[in-house]
Design a protein around this ligand. Structure first.
Ligand SMILES: [Zn+2]
Length: 165
């Protein structure tokens, strides 16, 4: 059985800025509104025979969205980025081939994620991992896998699936 949340209808979304460093058109600071669909595979269980209480899953996904919302998302593990913290600012330099770009942004405006790049692919995996961690905390044994589709704007998205065990 598959239980599903549709982010477009439920407001499971966040608006963030990113940079796809080195990309000919996406290598500048720009933003998207991202939507998250979540699917859980498993069997009904417990007093109400739920796969999971919709409210519980919505709360988890809303928490994930809130954390990412209205930030410049940056990839901590990008091979060509160097970060330096200067009091209240994050200073970072992108250098690759003959291209060099320097930025200085207030720390409260940015979120440094443990990723190699801020792409729909990487974000989809990252968010699936976060939701998986929250589900594991519930200590449920009836959910087999979690699948997340991250839409970068409407109509284009990336799906990742992780097993709970
Ligand atoms: Zn983009």
């Amino acid at each position: 059985m598959i239980l599903e949340l549709k982010g477009l209808y439920l407001g499971l979304r966040f608006s963030s800025a990113h940079i796809v460093f080195g990309h000919h058109s996406c290598g500048v600071i720009h933003g998207h509104t991202y939507y998250i669909d979540v699917r859980l595979g498993g069997r009904p269980s417990g007093e109400f025979n739920f796969l999971i209480d919709f409210k519980v899953l919505k709360k988890i996904v809303k928490g994930v969205c809130k954390n990412l919302d209205h930030k410049l998302l940056l990839p901590r593990d990008h091979p060509h980025l160097k970060y330096t913290l200067e009091e209240n600012h994050l200073h970072f330099v992108y250098a690759q081939g003959g291209c060099k770009k320097e930025y200085k942004i207030p720390v409260e405006d940015v979120l440094l994620l443990p990723l190699k790049g801020i792409t729909a692919e990487e974000l989809s995996l990252y968010i699936t991992g976060l939701i998986r961690e929250e589900l594991l905390k519930l200590k449920v044994d009836n959910i087999e896998w979690v699948e997340v589709t991250l839409y970068e704007g409407l109509g284009q998205g990336v799906t990742s699936r992780m097993h709970l065990k």
